[in-house]
Design a binder for this molecule. Structure first.
Ligand SMILES: [Fe+2]
Ligand SMILES: [Fe+2]
Length: 253
C-alpha cells in the first residue's frame, strides 16, 4: 500500500516548529567548558549542517516546477519551508552557541566551509546545484534528481551526520540541550522528506542500471563527512539506503 502525497503535506503541517523559540542559554554557558577534541567534532558537524541545509534549502524550486500534480508540488513547498528553517537553526547555533564570526550567514559559511571535507562541499555546493539546474532545463528527470537529493544527500549523508551528531552530543562532558532539541526536530522533519522522496522514486519504476547507480552514489557519498562521522554510522546509513532501494525495486534484489 503506497502512501498518498497528501499524507506528507498534512504530516508536515502537524510537525511545524519555530527555531527562534529554542533557548540556547544553557548551551552558551556550557560551550567554553568543552574539551578541544569535543569542540572540534561538534563544530565540524555544525559546519557541515550549515553548508548542507543552506544548499538544500536553495534548490527545491525546480523540483516544485517539475511536479506531476498539485499534491507533489505542495509537498515540495512544505519541504522547502522545513529546509529554510533547518538552515536558520544551524546558523543560529553557529552564531550564538559556537560564536562563529561573520556579519551574516554567508560570512559565517565562509568560515565554516574550511572545517568540512571538500567531498561534502562538492556534494552540496556543486553536484546538487548542477542537478537542480539540469532539472530546471529539462535535461534531467525528476526521479533522478530526487534520487540524488532525497535518497543520497538526505537519506545517506545527512542522516549519517544527524545520527553522529546526536551520538556525539550524548557523550560530551557537558550538555548542549538547545542544540540537541533542534537536531532532534530536524531529524524528525527529515524522516518525512526521505519518505516522500523514496515514494516518488518508487513511483518512477526505475530500471536496474538506475537503481544500481543510486546504490553506488549512496556508497560513495557516505564517506563525505570524513573523520567527523564514525565508519559505523556511515555504514549504517548505507545499509538503510540499500534496504530503501530494495523496497522500491524488489525485482532487482
Ligand atoms: Fe533539512
Ligand atoms: Fe530535508
Amino acid at each position: 500500500m503506497f502512501t498518498n502525497y497528501d499524507t506528507f503535506v498534512n504530516l508536515a503541517k502537524t510537525l511545524q516548529w519555530d527555531e527562534t523559540t529554542i533557548d540556547f542559554a544553557p548551551d552558551q554557558a556550557a560551550w567554553p567548558a568543552l574539551g578541544d577534541t569535543e569542540r572540534a567534532r561538534v563544530l565540524g558537524l555544525i559546519a557541515g549542517f550549515c553548508i548542507a541545509e543552506s544548499a538544500v534549502s536553495g534548490h527545491l524550486v525546480p523540483f516544485q516546477a517539475a511536479a506531476a500534480d498539485d499534491w507533489v508540488a505542495a509537498a515540495f513547498r512544505a519541504q522547502a519551508r522545513d529546509e529554510h528553517r533547518h538552515a536558520r537553526f544551524f546558523d543560529r547555533v553557529a552564531a550564538e552557541v559556537a560564536a562563529v564570526p561573520g556579519a551574516d550567514i554567508a560570512a559565517r559559511q565562509d568560515v565554516l566551509r574550511a572545517l568540512v571535507s571538500p567531498d561534502l562541499v562538492d556534494l552540496f555546493e556543486e553536484r546538487l546545484p548542477a542537478t537542480a539546474r539540469r532539472l530546471a532545463e529539462g535535461r534531467e528527470g525528476l526521479s533522478a534528481a530526487v534520487g540524488l537529493y532525497h535518497m543520497v544527500l538526505e537519506g545517506v549523508v545527512l542522516l549519517a551526520g544527524q545520527n553522529a551528531m546526536l551520538d556525539t552530543l550524548d557523550r560530551l562532558s557537558v550538555r548542549l540541550p538547545g542544540v540537541r532539541r533542534g537536531v532532534h526536530l530536524v531529524l524528525r522533519d527529515e524522516r518525512w522528506h526521505i519518505g516522500f522522496g523514496t515514494r516518488l522514486v518508487q513511483g518512477a519504476d526505475l530500471g536496474r542500471d538506475e537503481v544500481e547507480a543510486l546504490l553506488a552514489q549512496g556508497q560513495a557519498a557516505a564517506g563525505a563527512w570524513g573523520d567527523l562521522v564514525p565508519p559505523g554510522a556511515a555504514e549504517r546509513a548505507v545499509r538503510v539506503h540499500r534496504s530503501r532501494l530494495r523496497a522500491l525495486s524488489m525485482k532487482f534484489f
